[in-house]
Write a protein that binds this ligand. Structure first.
Ligand code: UT7
Length: 326
């Protein structure tokens, strides 16, 4: 059987770090409040000259290098992002040009914090169908550019980053075993960016009202996130006839440490099965999972044959899981 196997991981975070103490100078908050309510200590912020495609390109280069694959061997590039360089064309097109990946089709997936897993699922399906041999799947965001820096409920949560994987068609038992995607569009206003799509075109009034920034009802999102991530994780295990003890590493979307602990508890995971780095990066939306996977991989925490469960929840609402044998 042909499976899509991850052969390289890479990530990139901008140099500038914004700590909770820095935020204390901008908004009415404290390091103590942010740490205890979210687990976040600091987040990275892109420099003015950096675009989402630059973060994505840097992460992709590192993944290609690890995989030992040249850019011109890649036949598809999919970027999960909600903060692309342009409304259109896709940031993946910019990445394709930056890399010189002349043989790759390229498009973006907009599924907010689930964007990487939705993108991964598309790439895996094309590989399993025999339409692709080597793909780049990237999650990349510059969320700090759509923050309302006067809203203490949201601006302390998010950061900028990119993560990438190279996946290749391989015979055998190792690779991505299944992906599971879900959506509920009925509650989208609990977490969204109202402007400036075609519904709300830019105007001075709307800019003044911060319609172009992220809007979120955090505590509502919190409850749905925990429930949905736990449910989809259980579905992934059941469909592969596995139990929670089979999981070597659980890599969840890094939104808030309390969400991660509550989700892991519902699934029945032990603390040492869960990878956490939200303390250093905050919520980087579509980038959290590939960034975490790359950190875990480079730290030697993943061995051949390990079972990994990836799990995400985000705006839309969208939620997703992927189960894989490394
Ligand atoms: O990636 C998926 C998308 N996002 C998420 O998963 C985020 C989900 N939600 C959350 O992480 C949490 O709901 C938050 C961290 C956003 C908020 O934590 P919470 O425990 O749900 O707090 P809350 O919204 O119930 O607010 C409690 C209080 C409020 O004060 P009042 O109205 O009770 O007086 C907030 O104004 O905490 C206040 N507050 C703050 N205080 C100090 C909110 N943000 C801050 C802050 N510093 N930064």
């Amino acid at each position: 059987m042909i499976r899509a196997r991850i052969t390289g991981t890479g990530s990139y975070v901008p140099e500038k770090v914004l700590t909770n103490f820095d935020l204390e100078k901008i908004i009415d908050t404290s390091d103590e409040w942010i740490r205890t309510r979210t687990g976040i200590r600091e987040r990275h912020v892109a420099a003015d000259h950096e675009n989402t495609s630059d973060l994505a390109t840097n992460a992709a280069k590192r993944a290609l290098e690890m995989a030992g694959v040249n850019a011109d061997e890649i036949d598809q590039i999919i970027v999960g992002t909600i903060t692309g360089d342009y409304p259109w064309p896709a940031t993946a097109c910019v990445v394709q040009a930056n890399l010189g990946a002349v043989n790759a089709s390229a498009f973006d997936v907009s599924a907010a914090c689930s964007g990487f897993l939705f993108a991964l699922s598309c790439a895996v399906d094309r590989i399993e169908a025999g339409h692709s041999k080597k793909a780049l799947v990237i999650g990349a965001e510059i969320l700090t550019r759509i923050m309302n820096w006067e809203d203490r409920n949201t601006c302390m949560l998010f950061g900028d980053a990119a993560g990438a994987v190279v996946i290749e068609a391989r015979e055998g038992e190792n690779g991505i075993l299944s992906t599971h995607l879900y959506t509920d569009g009925t509650q989208l206003e609990l977490l969204y960016q109202p402007g400036f799509g075609t519904k709300l075109l830019p105007s001075a009034e709307l800019l003044e009202s911060k319609a172009h920034t992220l809007h979120m009802q955090g505590n509502e999102v919190f409850k749905v996130a925990v429930r949905s991530m736990a449910e989809v994780a259980k579905i992934a295990l059941k469909e592969n006839s596995m139990s929670v003890e089979d999981i070597d590493l659980f890599i969840p979307h890094q939104a808030n440490i309390r969400i991660l602990h509550a989700t892991a508890k519902r699934i029945g995971l032990k603390d040492d099965q869960v990878f956490i780095n939200v303390d250093r990066y905050g919520n980087t939306s579509g980038a959290t999972i590939p960034l975490a996977m790359d950190e875990a991989n480079r730290a030697g925490l993943i061995k051949e044959g390990d079972i990994l469960l990836l799990d995400a929840f985000g705006g839309g609402f969208t939620w997703a899981a992927a189960l894989l044998r490394w």
